[in-house]
Design a protein around this ligand. Structure first.
Ligand code: HEC
Length: 154
């Protein structure tokens, strides 16, 4: 790139940056959206390999399963905070449906069920008995599905 082009592109970049500089309230909303999506990435990261073990697709590893179940139980407590008021699709890139805030008590109760089920899964994992783990995993999976069905865009 020659010098003039470089200066022009720097000036353009600065102009774009100042135009898109969000007001701080919007900034906080976008941070909240990113935060909860990151939490759900942690949730999914830990959940999926447990599912593979429960289905017998990968060998059951008690210590690894326990670690993932503990991680999930911990992560389940984090997501709710990210659903702050006004952090809907108008505030940023999100699959969260408006009903989360319209029916917030129901949404919160679904989150509480998820917390409870994943705590029970972590508890069951300590026994190392697949006969107890399987139904606890199934219950946890149901809490994901029922919330996504009601409150997450496809
Ligand atoms: C109480 C509601 C609720 C529960 C319970 C729940 N989710 Fe979600 N999940 C959501 C919502 C809402 C989003 C969309 C978040 C957004 O885009 O802002 C989401 C997003 C996700 C994502 C996408 C994250 C990304 O990359 O943006 C994954 C993966 C996910 N959930 C997995 C799970 C799994 C696995 C479980 C159960 C172990 C679960 N969720 C339980 C509501 C829930």
């Amino acid at each position: 790139m020659n010098r003039i082009a470089r200066i022009a592109s720097l000036a353009l970049a600065a102009a774009v940056a100042s135009l898109s500089l969000p007001a701080s309230a919007d900034d906080a909303k976008q941070e909240a959206i990113k935060y909860r999506q990151a939490v759900f990435k942690v949730v999914g990261w830990n959940f999926k390999p447990m599912g593979a073990m429960v289905k017998g697709e990968t060998p059951y590893d008690k210590a690894a399963f326990q670690r993932m179940a503990d991680n999930l139980a911990f992560a389940s407590k984090l997501a709710l905070e990210g659903f702050a008021p006004g952090t809907d699709a108008l505030a940023g890139e999100t699959r969260a449906k408006d009903d989360i805030w319209k029916k917030n008590d129901d949404f919160k109760s679904k989150m509480a069920e998820f917390e409870k089920a994943s705590a029970a899964l972590a508890q069951a994992a300590q026994g190392g008995d697949m006969a107890a783990i399987k139904p606890a995993f199934g219950k946890t999976a149901d809490t994901c599905k029922s919330c996504h069905k009601a409150y997450r865009e496809d």
